[in-house]
Design a protein around this ligand. Structure first.
Ligand SMILES: [Cu+2]
Length: 563
């Protein structure tokens, strides 16, 4: 059976048609010419200088409030209303739309509360789709620690708390920071409200969560021999559109009865919450900790001359640095890199964002410039003299063989029609649980992509090893097994393979929590389903696409770790 969807994906002229569903004129209707904003005229916000480093409310405790603030994100724009995490400081130290960082210690747990002090209903600039939310246009928040190894009721988990937290409600969580599941690394916390994640994150509810340990201290010198102090710089990259009044612009669908759009792409790039900033650096080594915080845009970054020496992705320091020319990062992926500017004294460099190469596939319109890097001529503190050959305390991912393999399909149904949605296993989020790993066991999960685009699949609770990607005949598999909402889960696509499994990319050396599931491939990951100490099975978590439009409608499923 060749459905309209199948035709769109595989029909004649497919390569041109593939881009159509999400790049129609509706996505940019009424777009003001904000791409004309002057680039590189304001400094990058940094921790302690535009980004607030959160203060305790009590020892190892934080008490955040979600509040609305307004900040000027570019000198040529009016102030932009933003949703933000306030640590009690009032956020005077927040310069842009990304302004909070928690610095935590591996092995030291934290108790955190989040109190919703936002408006009770969505303002006009945030177009909620009440078909997707549990309580209409009520603002229902839920904060998720992305990369956290925590009990289900501390996870910020729509399977546990589907209605989230309304005005005046407080979400109380315990973050274990347990070793080895939460090693020194860059995590982030962001809103995860059911059916509204894309909007709540777009409005500003995202913050950094940096884990340290005795090796990765953040200071310089350190035992690993990597840059620290003022030479360690977070780069959180997010694309946005603006209305002329300064509010963020989030387009609505032109499909009758539908508000939700398939993917949000901005025409302006923000780094650490400011539009197209610049960064002054000295001609020496730096550590950049990059997070793709975009709703849907897959980045492909370079900075002209210097090589990125990647030392970590999501799940902790690697054993050795890996040289990378271009960093291809899907939403929620992180890249921790060392860059040596020694030979670029006096040069002005631009971090550029290129179209990702196949098999990565995205309908995003191009947004090439990210930020400017001005390399000075004098060094105030020399720092490490070379890239370390190994990373003390680091590890490559290397799990034992799995006890079972689960096949999880990625489907997209009725593109451009009112019922348009995406799913896993042909099921809705609310359908009964199908994935039930036993606590303490290792499983392989195989993401079988039957759509035209790359989906960054994110697992809560566990980090995983990427095993590889196998090319296959998606159309034949789909035609053989197609059900009412795509191919159901649990069906091994191996008989449809068209070549051998391709090994993971060198940038997938360590543990990860988000993996690119590319079209035309099935992607195999391996995870050990432990629970935190003192937390007993059963515990229910979720896994989902981190293109947050897809997550909201309805590419997310619960899974339960059973005894
Ligand atoms: Cu997706």
């Amino acid at each position: 059976m060749i459905t309209r969807r199948s035709f769109l994906k595989y029909g004649a002229g497919a390569s041109a048609a593939l881009a159509l569903p999400w790049t129609g004129p509706q996505a940019f209707a009424a777009r003001p010419a904000r791409s004309m904003l002057t680039k590189y005229i304001q400094p990058l916000p940094l921790p302690g200088a535009g980004i607030v480093v959160a203060s305790f409310s009590d020892t190892n405790q934080y008490a955040f409030k979600q509040i609305e603030i307004a900040r000027q994100l570019h000198p040529e724009l009016p102030p932009t209303p933003l949703w933000a995490y306030d640590d009690g400081s009032g956020l005077d130290g927040q310069a842009g739309s990304f302004g909070m960082a928690v610095v935590a210690q591996s092995g030291t747990p934290l108790d955190v509360s989040y109190t919703n002090n936002l408006p009770e209903t969505y303002p006009d600039w945030i177009p909620v789709d009440t078909n997707l939310t549990p309580l209409g246009n009520q603002v229902r928040l839920m904060t998720h620690l992305h990369g956290g190894f925590v009990a289900a009721d501390s996870d910020g988990n729509p399977a546990v708390t589907p209605d989230g937290f309304g005005f005046g409600d407080t979400q109380m969580v315990h973050y274990t920071n347990q070793i080895p599941q939460m090693p020194a690394s860059l995590l982030w916390f962001h809103d995860h409200g059911l059916g509204a994640t894309r909007l709540n994150v777009f409005a500003g509810l995202a913050a950094a969560y940096i884990l340290r340990d005795e090796f990765d201290t953040g200071n310089e010198p350190n035992l690993i021999g990597i840059p620290g102090g003022a030479y360690e710089i977070p780069l959180v990259i997010q694309d946005r559109q603006f209305n002329p009044d300064g509010t963020f612009l989030y387009p609505t669908s032109d499909i009758e009865g539908v508000t939700w759009i398939g993917e949000y792409f901005g025409d302006v790039m923000l780094v650490n919450g400011k539009v197209w900033p610049f960064l002054n650096v000295e001609p020496r080594v730096y550590r950049f900790r990059i997070l793709n915080g975009c709703n849907a845009r897959i980045l492909n970054l370079d900075i002209g001359g210097p090589t990125f020496w990647q030392i970590c992705a999501e799940g902790g320091m690697w054993d050795i640095p890996v040289p990378v020319k271009n960093l291809v990062m899907a939403p929620a992926e992180r890249a921790d890199v060392i860059v040596d500017f020694t030979n670029f004294a006096g040069r002005t460099l631009v971090m550029m964002n290129h179209k990702p190469r196949r098999p990565v596939s995205t309908p995003a319109p191009q947004l090439p410039q990210v930020m400017q890097i001005r390399v000075g001529t004098t060094v105030s503190q020399p720092g490490p003299s070379s890239i370390p050959s190994s990373l003390l305390g680091g590890r490559a991912a290397n799990l034992s063989n799995p006890v079972t393999t689960r096949y999880i399909t990625l489907n997209e149904i009725d593109v451009d029609e009112p019922p348009w949605f995406l799913n896993l296993n042909g099921l809705h989020f609310e359908d009964s649980i199908t994935e039930t790993p036993q606590g303490g066991t290792v499983e392989d999960w195989v993401y079988v992509n039957l759509t035209a685009d790359t989906h960054p699949m994110h697992t809560h609770l566990v980090t995983f090893q990427v095993i590889g990607r196998t090319p296959f005949d998606a159309q034949a598999y789909e035609e053989t097994y197609e059900g009412p909402h795509g191919v159901p889960g649990g069906i091994d696509p191996t008989p449809f393979a068209t070549g051998p499994m391709e090994p993971p990319d060198p940038t997938e050396r360590g543990f990860k929590d988000t993996v690119k599931a590319n079209p035309g491939y099935f992607t195999t990951i391996r995870a050990k389903f432990d629970l935190p100490t003192g937390v007993n099975a059963p515990q229910t978590y979720v896994h989902h696409c981190h293109i947050v439009e897809h997550e909201d409608n309805d590419m997310m499923r619960p899974f339960t770790v059973i005894p």
